[in-house]
Design a protein around this ligand. Structure first.
Ligand SMILES: [Zn+2]
Ligand SMILES: [Zn+2]
Ligand SMILES: [Zn+2]
Length: 274
């Protein structure tokens, strides 16, 4: 089964962050990658921005959503400044691990610029965890000192439409838990993934650009290593694949040199036209 719609949208995807939860360089680490002078070896916490560059002009409303942020990483503010992200129309959450949500407070700046709440989409576990972790947003103290992020949570219960693009949630395994990857048109983003369940493979049929978790060479219980990620690439056969959520074990240039054609490590600031 192929997703019915959405393959006609044009996307610009910016890899805002491509590092594992500690970030690279890691605090207090003396390894070669943490001391590398190659800017591609500096990896902030994993997040992407999907910009709908051409939405089908079906209605004025269809064009209202242009910038979709995937996760609010710990480094959101730094990433927004580095890549000049001036608008966030919607946020998709993959899951609620700290490295993917702890920048949520930074959306206050977008609330102010855009004069409104931002819709946030996640599965039931993620939304429940966000309500618990950010209790101050949902149960504000009687006496407020400082502003609160304004977000409108929406439960993901299947494919949905944003700005004329069809967002297809792709359930993936992150260790023992199920989290969400996302497919938009011929682009798919699967971070924090250690296994793709049988029923999710058809959702990825026909993907041409893949951004996929590949933590390091050694196996890990909750992330693909490079070998496992390459097996996914071999099965899906996208035109191009980029590995993300990368630990300090993988130097950018040397790792890219040993990857097969069409596969490379992503890096912060990489822009993909899809
Ligand atoms: Zn993560
Ligand atoms: Zn290191
Ligand atoms: Zn995670």
């Amino acid at each position: 089964m192929k997703p019915a719609a959405g393959s006609d949208v044009a996307l610009r995807v910016t890899l805002l962050g491509t590092g594992t939860s500690h970030g690279v360089p890691a605090i207090g680490c003396d390894c070669a990658v943490c001391h590398s002078t190659d800017p591609r070896d500096r990896r902030s916490r994993t997040s992407i921005l999907i910009q709908l560059t051409e939405t089908p002009p079906k209605s004025a409303f269809a064009g209202a959503v242009r910038n979709i942020l995937v996760d609010t990483s710990t480094d959101l503010r730094t990433q927004a400044l580095a890549y000049d992200v001036r608008r966030v129309d919607a946020i998709l959450f993959t899951h609620s691990h700290a490295d993917h949500v702890l920048g949520l407070d930074d959306v206050r700046r977008y609330n102010a610029l855009q004069r409104g709440a931002i819709p946030c989409y996640g599965d039931a576990t993620t939304l429940a965890n966000i309500r618990r972790m950010f209790d101050y947003i949902f149960n504000p103290p009687a006496v407020l000192a400082g502003g609160l992020p304004q977000i409108s949570p929406f439960l993901i219960a299947g494919a949905f439409t944003l700005g004329g693009a069809t967002i297809v949630p792709v359930p993936i395994m992150h260790g023992p838990g199920t989290i969400l990857g996302f497919r938009v048109g011929a682009f798919a983003y699967l971070t924090d993934c250690s296994r793709i369940p049988d029923e999710s493979w058809p959702l990825l049929d026909g993907v041409r650009t893949l951004v996929l978790d590949a933590l390091r060479d050694r196996p890990h219980p909750t992330h693909f290593n490079v070998e496992q990620a390459l097996a996914v690439v071999a099965r899906l056969a996208p035109e191009r694949s980029y590995f993300t959520h990368i630990a300090h074990d993988l130097p950018h240039a040397a790792t890219c040199a040993r990857l097969p054609p069409g596969v490379e490590l992503a890096y912060d600031g990489l822009v993909l036209e899809c």
